[in-house]
Design a binder for this molecule. Structure first.
Ligand code: SF4
Length: 168
């Protein structure tokens, strides 16, 4: 199975709680003014890799808390990203996913898209919504604008309402 990615960072402390590896997926259908990763927008940019190669590139996951999927828009390659997320979680690590969609939009899309449904279900922390320059706030954890939320996905899916993720 193939995935188009913009890059991999093995160690980051700014892309979710704790020490994390980050996979930047390539391609985003939005064009947010002030986008923090403009090089990742072109769906034909970046490089195409086999998902097994991506796992090899990540290397041993022992020292990290989990893996973050950023972009670009991870949910436009949801089947491949969900495959990676499943393999990462099998090693006891957690998943953070950044998305320009809102949680509610993903819930609607997941009714007809199994990949989106699975990636959502595998995500522990979802950072949702597009970047809005007029709501930019540099004091926020992990996100760039005030409309974006930190969502505890397992709790939200089981309760049917949006739960904020508690940062320890
Ligand atoms: S959703 Fe994210 S990656 Fe896509 S254009 Fe907006 S800020 Fe950039």
């Amino acid at each position: 199975m193939k995935i188009r990615i913009a890059g991999i960072t093995r160690e980051s402390v700014v892309d979710g709680p704790g020490l994390r590896a980050v996979i930047f997926t390539q391609g985003c259908p939005r064009c947010c003014k002030g986008c923090h990763n403009p090089d990742t927008l072109d769906p034909n940019g970046g490089i195409e890799m086999d998902v097994e190669e991506v796992l090899e590139e990540l290397g041993p996951l022992k020292l990290i808390k989990g893996v973050t999927f950023s972009g670009g828009e991870p949910f436009i390659q949801a089947v491949a990203v969900a495959y990676l997320a499943r393999r990462v979680k099998a090693q006891g690590k957690d998943i953070v996913t950044f998305t320009g969609y809102t949680f509610e939009e993903l819930m609607t899309l997941s009714q007809r898209d199994e990949g989106i449904k699975e990636l959502l279900a595998l995500t522990n922390l979802l950072i949702d919504g597009p970047f809005r320059e007029e709501e930019k706030d540099l004091s926020l954890s992990f996100r760039g604008s005030r409309n974006q939320r930190l969502i505890d996905v397992p709790k939200s899916l089981s309760s049917g309402k949006v739960y904020e993720y508690c940062l320890e």
